[in-house]
Structures are given as structure tokens and as C-alpha cells.
Design a protein around this ligand. Structure first.
Ligand code: SAH
Ligand code: DHB
Ligand code: MG
Length: 221
């Protein structure tokens, strides 16, 4: 199996099941033009997030790691009337690109972008009584996944769903003595989840256009 094959199959799936969409296409184009890294979720992954949000009936969604707003648009489009996405982004340039992309998708009124390091902006979210959130998508700096997971638990209710991207890292997650803080963040997150009686969780390995990685799915019980 090769990256080329994974990419071709992703293209095949996306061609059939994830028809191109002007606002989503424009979001990726403007992100590339602005020099943002191409680390957004793949189209078929974005649609998975969208479908999970709809299956769950999520009305309040918290995303950590906005980038150019590509995953944000997928999530926001799953909301029922009156629903909201709060999305946290540390890089002001990324947030500005996202703001324009979200406005173009006509979602400005349902998406609240908070600029700043998430560990600095999360306390205000809690203070403002913005929780509980029905769905969380954790996709920012991987070293802080354990801290974001604890915040998500604090801002959750029984029945909330927490999705964490990039928990396999090409298999790097197996390296217990890795000096990479991203790997250590993922490993510590897995251990915290394993020991947390308030959740039921699994993780799934994925291959595709973004290589070999995976996501965790956590249900707050
Ligand atoms: N969810 C996006 C991709 C996010 S990429 C999508 O799929 O379209 C990760 C993002 O997290 C980057 O934009 C990066 O600037 C942001 N980030 C990194 N560290 C952060 C922090 N401490 N707080 C908030 N955002 C952070
Ligand atoms: C990276 C970050 C991501 O969220 C992702 O999905 C893929 C790669 C990165 O920082 O390299
Ligand atoms: Mg990611």
C-alpha cells in the first residue's frame, strides 16, 4: 500500500460522495493563497465530522484549532437553526482567513471565532457560561491535547461527544520514549482517557490523502 494509492482512493470516495462545493473549495483556495499549511481535514473527513454532528443533533459545538475554517464550515453546516460553533485559533492570520471563508459560506452569524491560545481563551468560554457543548473537535497543537481534553470534559454534559484528530501520527504513537512533544501529548491523552471513568472511548487508524493517522471518539457518560 502506498500514499499514492491512499490518495487515489480518497479522490475516488470524495468524487462520488463529497461533491465539490463553492464555499468549501474557496476556503481551501484562499487558505493556500494566504500561505496557510495544508493540514485541514480532508474533504471526506470533513464530511464525517458533519455527519457525526448531524447524527448527534449537535446544537453547540466547540472546535479547538480553526486554521482557515475548513472543518469549521463542515461543522457549522450541520447545525440546526439556532445552533452555534465556537472555534479557537491562536494565529491571528489564520483567524482572519477563516473569518473571510466563514463569511463567504454565509455562516458568520453562527460561528464565533476566538483569537488567542486556546488555554488562554477557554477560561472565558467557561466563565461566559457557553457550555455545555454537545460536540468538541480538538485539532490544534498536539502537545496540549491532554489539557484540551480536560477542558472539554469540564464544558461537557453526559452525552457530549469529543473527537480528537491526529492520534496515530504515522504510528509514532507507539514510541513511548519519543522526544516529540506531539507524540507525548497524544500518548498522555490516551492514558488519561483510559483512566477516566466519565467517558467511553475508542480510536480509529486512518489512511488517506493526509497519510497514516487516526482519530479518537469519546462519549461522555
Ligand atoms: N481544524 C482545521 C485544522 C486546524 S490546524 C481544519 O481541519 O480545517 C491546527 C490549528 O491550530 C492551526 O491553525 C494553529 O495555528 C492552531 N493552533 C496551534 N496552537 C494553538 C493554540 N495553542 N491555541 C489555539 N490554536 C492553536
Ligand atoms: C498537522 C496538524 C494536523 O491537525 C493535521 O491534521 C495534520 C498535520 C501538523 O501540524 O503537521
Ligand atoms: Mg488535524
Amino acid at each position: 500500500m502506498t500514499q499514492e494509492q491512499w490518495t487515489s482512493v480518497d479522490r475516488y470516495i470524495t468524487g462520488l460522495l463529497v461533491p465539490s462545493d463553492p464555499a468549501l473549495d474557496a476556503a481551501l483556495e484562499s487558505s493556500t493563497a494566504a500561505g496557510l499549511p495544508a493540514i485541514n481535514v480532508a474533504p471526506n473527513q470533513g464530511k464525517l465530522l458533519h455527519l457525526i454532528a448531524r447524527i448527534h443533533g449537535a446544537r453547540a459545538i466547540l472546535e479547538i484549532g480553526t486554521l482557515g475554517g475548513y472543518s469549521t464550515i463542515w461543522l457549522a453546516r450541520a447545525l440546526p437553526p439556532g445552533g452555534r460553533v465556537v472555534t479557537l485559533e491562536a494565529d491571528p492570520k489564520h483567524a482572519e482567513v477563516a473569518r473571510a471563508n466563514i463569511a463567504r459560506a454565509e455562516l458568520a452569524s453562527v460561528v464565533d471565532i476566538r483569537v488567542g491560545r486556546a488555554l488562554d481563551t477557554l477560561p472565558a468560554i467557561a466563565r461566559e457560561g457557553r457550555g455545555p457543548f454537545d460536540l468538541f473537535f480538538i485539532d490544534a497543537d498536539k502537545a496540549n491535547i491532554p489539557a484540551y481534553f480536560k477542558w472539554a470534559l469540564d464544558l461537557s454534559r453526559p452525552g457530549s461527544v469529543i473527537i480528537v484528530d491526529n492520534v496515530v501520527r504515522g504510528g509514532g504513537v507507539l514510541d513511548a520514549v519519543s522526544s516529540d512533544p506531539n507524540i507525548q501529548g497524544v500518548r498522555r491523552f490516551n492514558e488519561i482517557v483510559a483512566a477516566e471513568p466519565r467517558v467511553s472511548a475508542t480510536a480509529i487508524q486512518t489512511v488517506g490523502s493526509k497519510g497514516y493517522d487516526g482519530f479518537a471518539l469519546v462519549l461522555v457518560i
